[in-house]
Design a protein around this ligand. Structure first.
Ligand SMILES: [Fe+2]
Length: 143
């Protein structure tokens, strides 16, 4: 799978969220690469755990800002984040049990990468528009 590159088409118009999405995409690329080039199991497990950690950090940050700004789409968004975190967990469990199979590589592509790109374009972008209309500028760390 080709490396995913962040581009303006993925911008939600809010710098903090865009910068965190760039980091998240980098971590996804690290996982894909580790699986594709048949890095050892320890390295693959490490990239998966970095991905899970950063996903938690980033989703928590988005959710915190949604709550703080009384975002009406919070409930639906929380459900989507929870599903994605569960997907990462399931794939990590599969990897622990079966190793870096072709199925794992496919699942990373479809369930993690495509999901995230869609989520950014369809769901996060709505939060970005909401914040801009309110004139809110988010503060926080990218890590
Ligand atoms: Fe989100």
């Amino acid at each position: 799978m080709a490396e995913v590159k962040w581009s303006d088409s993925l911008s939600v118009g809010v710098d903090l969220i865009d910068e965190q999405h760039k980091m998240l995409i980098q971590r996804l690329n690290d996982v894909s690469k580790a699986v594709q080039v048949h890095h050892g199991a320890v390295e693959i497990a490490r990239t998966l755990s970095f991905l899970a950690d950063y996903t938690d950090f980033h989703f928590s940050a988005e959710e915190k800002h949604m709550k703080a700004n009384d975002y009406p789409g919070l409930g639906d968004h929380l459900v989507k984040h929870a599903e994605y975190k569960q997907t990462i967990k399931n794939l990590s469990d599969d990897f622990e049990e079966e190793g870096a199979t072709a199925g794992l590589a496919d699942s990373i592509n479809t369930l993690l990468v495509n999901w995230l790109l869609n989520h950014i374009k369809e769901t996060d972008v709505q939060f970005g528009t909401f914040l801009r209309e309110k004139g809110v500028v988010l503060e926080g760390e990218v890590r």
